[in-house]
Ligand binder design. Sequence first.
Ligand code: PLP
Length: 963
Amino acid sequence: MSNAKSLEELEQKQDFIRRHIGPSPAQVSDMLSALEVSSVQELIDQTVPASIRLEQPLTVGESRTEVETLSYLKSVASKNKVFKSYIGQGYHPTNVPHVILRNVLENPGWYTAYTPYQPEIAQGRLESLLNFQTMTLDLTGLDLASASLLDESTAAAEAMGLAKRVSKAKKANAFFIADDVHTQTIDVVTTRAEQFGFEIIVGKAEDAVNHDIFGALFQYPTTSGEVVDITDLIAGVQSKKAIACVAADIMSLLLLKAPGKLGADVVLGSAQRFGVPMGYGGPHAAFFATRDAYKRSLPGRIIGVSKDRLGNDALRMAMQTREQHIRRDKANSNICTAQVLLANMAAFYAVYHGPQGLKTIAQRIHRFADILATGLKAKGIALKHSTWFDTLTVVSDSKDDVTARAIAKGVNFATNHEGEYSISVSETTTRADITELFDIILGEGHGLSVDAIAADVEANGSESIPASLVRDDEVLTHPNFNSYHSETDMLRYIKRLESKDLSLNHSMISLGSCTMKLNATAEMIPITWPEFANLHPFCPLDQAEGYQIMIGELHDWLVNITGYDAVSLQPNSGAQGEYAGLIAIRKYHESRGDAHRNVCLIPSSAHGTNPASAQMASMKIVVVNCDKNGNVDMVDLKAKAEEVSENLSCIMITYPSTHGVYEETIREICDIIHEHGGQVYMDGANMNAQVGVTSPGFIGSDVSHLNLHKTFCIPHGGGGPGVGPIGVKSHLAPFMPNHSVINVPGTNIGNGAVSAAPYGSAAILPISWAYITMMGSEGLKQATEMAIVNANYLTHELSKHFPILYRGRNNRVAHECIVDLRPLKEQSGITEMDVAKRLQDYGFHSPTMSFPVAGTLMIEPTESESKGEIDRFIEAMVSIKGEIEKVISGEWSIENNPLVFAPHTQGDVLGNEWDRAYDRFYAAFPVPAVAKNKFWPTVTRIDDVYGDRNLVCSCPAVETYRD
Ligand SMILES: *Cc1c(COP(=O)(O)O)cnc(C)c1O
């Protein structure tokens, strides 16, 4: 081999790996010297117990260059056939405004942000989410909205959960679903009900009132398109003290009376058609609104208005005590990651078009439906309903012929209901499309003129929306929806909000347990290719061949990486994966006549989603203690397993443990559980310390979820989207989620769905696919090793200044470490919160605060951060320690120091009054490195309590901006 050739090969092999991995070889060797080891291998040998080390390397292939990867993926994507979709059923083609496409969806300033737990440096996306909530409230006619749920069907399942919590029909155990609700929603809600032990009754909407129920769900308009006045149905349900829930089409609400005004208690739906591509099923944001009286029962995150230290309006997440990270198994839901990026896109769509623009779009869609109906009726085609918004259903003997003609023309109708087909028109429909639809349905030579029918419809008006349901109130009157309709104004609004938020394109976000690593551009590019973006999840499988190939490859690689036998990609968050995994365990026990096994052991250090998910699977939770080193207390584990042996369902255990070390006893734990007939659920959200080095399957567990939005590079999106696939051993494989519209091969036909779409958030799977392709077996292992090197280097340096809580063998940590701030707090009165806020002044997002141990910071640098960035972070932490020491020594009082006043805004520092014990320059530029890259928080510290006492969850009236 010539020298030139091998150089080329080396370069090729390293093309992406060296871009993904932050530290240069020289930096790696510096870090290794600091750690007093001579090689990466030596560090790994010290850190990872030999008993769990993989003997075989991964077999996901050689790393490929960015160029090669994208060109291959393009060839795969081009096997998808992008037909015109009239399928509807909750998914519609939409025109993504280009200014939003490029400046939000394709912009790392938006997609790499973290969940807004540090609100002072997240006011931009918080404002956008408040827009989303305000939009939801206006369109649904209700009092209180959340900042996005995972999809329409899971939102409906959450509505059922809320109904059970708040209904006064305490004895009722049944939930009614009208039979004209979307099929996938009936499926997902039924799965959930089965887990909760509720009965589901599916029947004609008018029958709801005849049952003993705690709640009912209607679709508005129905899945076959009918627009029904549901006022009486709602009243009927409420007369039984049950809760009336309505799944609504967001676009139709511009023209139809708000369900809240018709009396609904809960209104939910998908915001997809507000400018978010269909993406073969997701990700999209679901909206959810209810009455003020039920606010404590609302699932998911809510953004609320509060005040900052200076009395300015400031936004932050409200009423967090309802949520899993605080209430654990008593939480309203297990939702953690939601759909923030997509909620933001939908909100911006509403901001950009404004109320008038949206109404025009909705009217245009409706007029096309009218034109189509008028033409079909003129030709004697019978329509199932006499009312509609955008969807017509034809009852037809010639369904197969029509469908075949449609397919031949590259057009899809909804055909999954017996003896009928449906056509949903959308924002993208044109007059030429309507002509084409006539050609398909009537055959050519029908002689209809769309222009003539349009004129006719215009002249005669239309009664396809019942007069009682025509919307007559104003919506979206807030200035945010009426100010940015030119592209220049919109561009600047998006930028203005973006600038308020600290994202990965500014500095490292070292969130322990969240793995905020590089989201490479080459990984992101494919998600907006039309071949991936514009497929309907229920299109015929032969049109989705490209998706099937990509999903198949990803599936096989994840099987290899996890050491399991099968993977389901349906769950659209980690918590949903937990839920799906627990269902599989439950069904497995049932299949063996062990339905009584319902106890789930959970170590006290577990992530909040674990107990919340176990509760959703109706398991009885028994908490296992941890010892003083944070490890599972083996004596307690054995005792508890013994005690519940007969009824043991499973254990949920995180590995490496929640506090970031490889527990040596993991294999023993698996054995103990198995001996008692239980299953091992290993929470694999943080695979970053496992990939290529060990694997859950190899260690001996039975099922895990992985968070593709952590280890596998899907960006965090400011709090979602995510993908939480589960891997299982073969005995659990038959019990993984299926789907009632599209059969998922390899699982039992009768298994219910956990997400609305068969492959969940399919549109973002190319990100993880590309990551694995470009890293290859070798690169993936290197990434894990470098994550361990970076974490140990950081730990080593910080340990000179702070106590490190918990370490594993040889005093090493895995991929993250916990810095204990409690001793300093005791001496100084400075809290972990003060430290987190002061880090903002230094240009950093705080690490994970007070999880899994109160009073600590959990830091995870990931492999993507260079030593330079890690050193800057260490410098900030050490400087902050110096500040705390000045408080301890009395140089600064506890009331007057830069920590308690942190973060400092420009207004604060430049204000006319300054009575601080430290100078202005020091407040904002405490170390020289900050001056080169200053990030200004836009509000001072936020008062959480004020906001929860004075709950405001929609955009504040303009007057409040004036003072
Ligand atoms: C992030 C995380 C989860 C939850 O994942 P989501 O996608 O946010 O639902 C569960 N367990 C652990 C250990 C995690 O770090």
